[in-house]
Design a protein around this ligand. Structure first.
Ligand SMILES: O=P(O)(O)OC[C@H]1O[C@](O)(COP(=O)(O)O)[C@@H](O)[C@@H]1O
Ligand SMILES: [Mg+2]
Ligand SMILES: [Mg+2]
Length: 335
């Protein structure tokens, strides 16, 4: 059965043909991400057996304790991309600054930058719950041949040429888009091959799942509180079901398949979001819109936000269009 499905390699190759002027650079890049995903998956799967659980003993730029698996995944993705010399720069949740990468001829002739969240859902690692990796790809705006610049990474999400995630769950799946719809590929661990298991993923017509850390309810704005009460009210097709795994990738993956909304609102006195705009919100928003959903800050399109800094945080509401529209209406009314 598996062998009748297209492999990710075949899919990448065939899709390249859709871009007549393609240099093949983006295909090589997706292929490198596929390889880094397999290497990371191998380590994630044996997390309970090898010394890869727990704190790595240092904090990252976000002030968070880095988990050993955060560091491992970060190292493997950066290494794999650098060794192949197919990007001109890399930015990561676990790195304070962006990393400039030379092309194989030692110059700066590559045209793509990659932003990654190497290990998403870090709080789930030690409890064996599903985690992921998120990636976002842009064509550079600084001239090819010149050193890569910060501006190449601070582009609005609508400029992405590709984005995706890998989910290390009951099975390992790589889901991505190059702007022509969203496709998912499941890893056959015996063969080490990703197969086209989820063609043309779309949010189902109606969603009935809401995903939010309700432990933060007291810190939410009135508009968000009103929407959560709306989800819980017995009326029509509600109450909706509450599901929250605590890993953006895993919660998003469930909602794109079953229909729902993921919410990480602004919280606390600073009313800042938790998630990072450039390597969490933007790639998930790109996939959401490609899958006929909507992704909002609560009062505007995530993909229109002009990033100011590499690690800036933003509120994220993404999922079924109707659900996001309803939430925005409550925020417009109450906040
Ligand atoms: O524990 P909280 O505050 O609900 O936050 C959970 C959210 O934080 C994250 O873990 C942040 O991502 P990282 O693990 O990559 O830092 C998301 O995956 C998840 O949705
Ligand atoms: Mg994350
Ligand atoms: Mg992370």
């Amino acid at each position: 059965m598996t062998n009748q499905k297209k492999t990710l390699g075949e899919f990448i190759f065939e899709n390249q043909a859709a871009f007549p002027y393609s240099t093949g650079e983006l295909s090589k890049l997706i292929n490198a991400i596929r390889l880094a995903a397999k290497i990371t998956n191998h380590e994630v799967n044996k997390a309970g057996l090898v010394d890869i659980l727990g704190d790595a003993g240092n904090t990252n730029i976000q002030g968070e304790n880095q988990q050993k698996l955060d560091v491992y995944a970060n190292t493997k993705f950066i290494q794999t991309l650098k060794q192949r010399g197919i990007v001109c720069g890399i930015a990561s949740e676990e790195e304070e600054d962006f990393i400039a990468v030379n092309s194989q001829d030692g110059k700066n002739n590559n045209q793509y930058v990659v932003l990654i969240d190497p290990l998403d859902g870090s709080s789930n690692i030690d409890v064996n719950a599903s985690v992921g990796t998120i990636f976002s790809i842009y064509r550079r705006i600084s001239p090819v041949g010149q050193p890569v610049q910060l501006e190449d990474f601070l582009q609005p999400g609508k400029n992405q040429v590709a984005a995706g995630y890998i989910m290390y769950g009951t099975s390992t799946i790589l889901v991505y888009s190059t702007g022509n719809g969203v496709n998912g590929f499941t890893l056959n661990p015996a063969l080490g091959t990703f197969y086209h298991s989820h063609p043309n993923m779309q949010f189902p017509e109606n969603g009935n799942i809401y995903s939010v850390n309700e432990g933060n309810y007291v810190h939410f704005s009135d508009g968000v509180k009103k929407y959560i009460k709306y989800c819980q009210k017995e009326e029509g097709d509600r109450p909706y079901t509450s599901r929250y795994i605590g890993s953006l990738v895993s919660d998003f993956h469930r909602n794109i398949i079953k229909g729902g909304i993921y919410m990480y609102p602004r919280i606390g006195p600073t009313q800042k979001g938790k998630l990072r705009l450039t390597y969490e919100c933007n790639p998930m928003a790109f996939l959401t819109e490609q899958a006929n959903g909507a992704a909002s800050t609560g009062s505007g399109r995530i993909l229109d936000v002009e990033p100011k800094t590499l690690h800036q945080r933003e509120a994220l509401f993404c999922g079924n269009k109707e659900m996001v529209k309803k939430l925005e209406a409550f925020i417009a009314e109450k906040d």
